[in-house]
Every structure is written in structure tokens, then in C-alpha cells.
Design a binder for this molecule. Structure first.
Ligand SMILES: Cc1ncc(COP(=O)(O)O)c(C=O)c1O
Length: 410
């Protein structure tokens, strides 16, 4: 037997500390994952739960896309490929982006495992510690979380429901000497809003005037019911300053495949490639082949999805509008309703989190509290209407009972 090991002073110091660094403990999260687990627990107790918490189209991936992925697997396309994506997919993406009026060549395209990693890569590549980043509030929580991870300071700006969800003058009010990056998300999660063309022009002017960069998250860009979605990258001089993030997840019902992409200025591609090499190495090639089929095949599946979502949106909005204590503005894009339930909270004395918990635990409807999207989401719930029409009908009936329950506590 060897000599007894002496205590390592470094080890004992770490042992007395929490299990992870402050940096990692400060990371934000998406509450959808925690609510999914809570909904599973309720369902396991034998109760039916209507799942309106999750950001998924709620249909299977179209068969021609699945077939392309399976064929690529059978053809043995199972090895590492170029970190920024295979040339055929980068080319197909560039073609679709140019068709939207945005200058783009295959060299500007980076393919990743879902859109989400691009938030971190962009924040790390474009901000220094101490820089400020303008983020939507309410907004997708990952922007703020990864900004903090990189040492930048998130500065919120307000977003509302409707076709003109954002005011450029409110964004301008948050710009200071350290502002480096503007994060835009339109169509917007969680409000289902768009940016009006005149506001987009004004934002483009702000970006040029203050020498900013833009992260434009457009993953819901094809799911529009009223008005038009335009990218800030289509404005003169903006493609050179914008990382346009898009995904196959929502448009083609491919959330679990993990396939996203960004279009960015060519000099940035090399740096993002290095970040990918340090992380996932590449997106799986068979998944990328499914992506080519999605982009180059029939787009009827997207039209069908939008038609289906329009039906469930209308049913949910009608139902919510009929509930005393709930105020609902019609969402114009994406697949979320963001009702204001402040009157119910006032009557019941509950917080929005407690009200969402009661809705799940006692009435069997899983939703997200608006506070999971920032302080600006307080008083609201986010409901995904990407589900079957009969589930929406059932959800409305349960929401009506829940609202009556909360109102009777006053
Ligand atoms: C605004 C927004 N951006 C990005 C994502 C993530 O997309 P992906 O599945 O491609 O990572 C989501 C998912 O909910 C989202 O709502």
C-alpha cells in the first residue's frame, strides 16, 4: 500500500463552497422545462393535463423531411462535417434568405444545433464584459441569461402585443455609452407581436447612429396571421451589422431535430466557427440533409401549419375574451397568447406564479407565468395554442372554472 495521502488544501477549500461557480449559478433558464416536469407529475397522478406551456408546433415533422433524414442516415452520413454546416445546406439557406430581400451568400451562413446556441455565440463574439445589451422585456429569457454569462449588462426595453409591439423611441431611451448590441425578436415570444415597418426603419437609424450590432431572432418569421414580418437586415447597411437567427424548429415542426442557422457578416463567421469547434463541433449531417429537404421541398406544410394555428388562435382568443377578469389582445404571429390576468390576481391576492400553479394543479392546464419572460411579463400568462382544436376547447372550459375560482376568493 502506498503512503497515506495528505489533505489537498485546494480540495478542502472547494469542498466548503457551493457546487458550482457563481457565474453558472447566476444563469437564467426557460421555465417551460420546469413546468413540463410539473405537468408530467400531475399527469402521472392520473389527471388529464392540457399542455399549453410548450413552444412546439404540436404536429409531427412533415414526412418528406423525415424521409430525407432517414435516407441520409442509411447512406452513412454519420460522421463529423464542417463546423459551420455542409455547403449544400448553407447554399439552400442563402437562397431562401436572399428571396426575403436580405443580402446573403453561402459564406454568410452558419448552421448550428438549433437556434439557441447562436444566442450565446453572438453574445460572446460581440460583447465585452461591461458592455450593455438591449433586450426585450417581456422576452425570451435566454438573451438576458447569456448576456450576463459573458459579463455584459442586459438593459430591458418594453414589448407589447399587436402588429406594432415595439417603439423605437423606447429602445432609444435605453442606449448609453456602453451599449453595444440590440437584441430584437419579431415575431415575438411571448406576446405574438410584430415590429411595424416605420419602427423598423427608426431602429435601423438608431443602430447606424450609435454604431450598434444587432441580434435579430426571427425563428417565428414564417408564422404570421396579420401584417408582415420584415427583417432589420433588409434595411440599407444593416446586413453588415446583424446576426439574423432562424431555425427549422418552429417552421417545419423540427424542435427535437435541433437545427438552426444564422446569417452574419463574413468576418464573424470564422469566430463563430471557433466557438462551435469548442462546443458541438458541428450539427449532425443527416439532420442537415433533412433541413435541405425542408427548404427545397414543397412549402405547403408551412401554409398548413399557419392555417391550423390561425384556427386554434381564434378559438383560444374568443374563449379568453369571454372570461371575466381576463384581457386579451389578438396575437398576430408566432403561436402564443399573452393574456393580462391582473384583475384576477387583484381579486384573489395571488401572484401570477401562484395563479399559474393553481391552474395546473387544480384545473389541469399547463401554462407559463409571464414573469418567466422578465419583469415586464408580470400579470400575464403565456399560452401556446399550437395544439389540437378539441384541446383548446377543453382548456377554455378549464380556464373559465379557474377564473371563477380565483374571483370567488375575494
Ligand atoms: C424566440 C425564440 N428563439 C429561439 C428559440 C429556440 O429555437 P431552437 O429550437 O431552434 O433552439 C425559441 C424557442 O422557444 C424561441 O422562442
Amino acid at each position: 500500500m502506498g503512503a497515506t495521502r495528505t489533505a489537498d488544501p485546494d480540495r478542502s477549500r472547494h469542498a466548503s463552497q457551493p457546487s458550482a461557480t457563481e457565474r453558472v449559478r447566476a444563469l437564467g433558464t426557460e421555465t417551460a422545462f420546469a413546468v413540463a416536469a410539473a405537468a408530467r407529475r400531475v399527469a402521472e397522478s392520473g389527471r388529464d393535463v392540457v399542455l399549453l406551456h410548450i413552444g412546439e408546433p404540436g404536429i409531427p415533422t412533415p414526412p418528406h423531411i423525415v424521409e430525407a433524414g432517414v435516407r441520409a442516415l442509411r447512406d452513412g452520413l454519420t460522421g463529423y462535417v464542417a463546423p459551420v454546416g455542409i455547403p449544400e445546406l448553407r447554399g439552400a439557406i442563402a437562397d431562401t434568405v436572399r428571396a426575403r430581400g436580405i443580402p446573403c451568400a453561402a459564406e454568410n451562413v452558419v448552421v448550428t444545433s438549433g437556434a439557441k446556441p447562436l444566442m450565446l455565440y453572438t453574445l460572446l463574439a460581440l460583447t465585452e464584459p461591461g458592455d450593455e445589451v438591449l433586450v426585450p422585456d417581456p422576452g425570451f429569457p435566454i438573451y438576458e441569461s447569456v448576456a450576463r454569462l459573458g459579463g455584459a449588462r442586459p438593459v430591458p426595453y418594453a414589448v407589447r402585443t399587436g402588429a406594432d409591439g415595439l417603439s423605437a423611441s423606447e429602445v432609444a431611451a435605453g442606449i448609453g455609452p456602453r451599449t453595444r448590441l440590440l437584441v430584437l425578436n419579431a415575431p415575438h415570444n411571448p406576446t405574438g407581436s410584430l415590429i411595424a415597418p416605420a419602427e423598423l426603419d427608426a431602429l435601423a437609424d438608431l443602430v447606424l447612429e450609435h454604431d450598434l450590432r444587432v441580434l435579430s431572432d426571427e425563428v417565428y418569421g414564417r408564422l404570421i396571421f396579420a401584417g408582415r414580418h420584415e427583417s432589420i437586415a433588409s434595411r440599407p447597411g444593416l446586413a453588415e451589422r446583424t446576426v439574423l437567427v432562424d431555425s427549422f424548429s418552429k417552421t417545419y415542426a423540427m424542435t427535437g431535430w435541433r437545427l438552426g442557422f444564422a446569417v452574419m457578416p463574413a468576418p464573424l463567421v470564422e469566430h463563430v466557427s471557433t466557438l462551435i469547434i469548442n462546443n458541438t463541433s458541428c450539427a449532425p449531417p443527416f439532420v442537415q440533409h433533412a433541413g435541405i429537404a425542408a427548404l427545397t421541398g414543397s412549402q405547403h406544410c408551412v401554409g398548413d401549419l399557419v392555417a391550423r394555428l390561425r384556427g386554434t388562435r381564434d378559438a383560444l382568443v374568443r374563449g379568453l375574451a369571454s372570461i371575466d377578469g381576463v384581457r386579451i389582445a389578438e396575437p398576430v404571429a408566432a403561436f402564443y397568447a399573452f393574456p393580462d390576468i391582473a384583475p384576477l390576481l387583484e381579486r384573489s391576492g395571488l401572484t401570477v406564479n401562484q395563479a399559474a400553479d393553481a391552474l395546473l394543479e387544480r384545473h389541469g392546464v399547463a401554462t407559463l407565468a409571464g414573469t418567466g419572460f422578465g419583469a415586464g411579463g408580470d400579470g400575464h400568462l403565456r399560452l401556446s395554442y399550437a395544439t389540437a382544436p378539441e384541446r383548446i376547447t377543453l382548456a377554455v372550459s378549464r380556464l373559465t372554472d379557474w377564473a371563477a375560482d380565483l374571483s370567488s376568493r375575494s
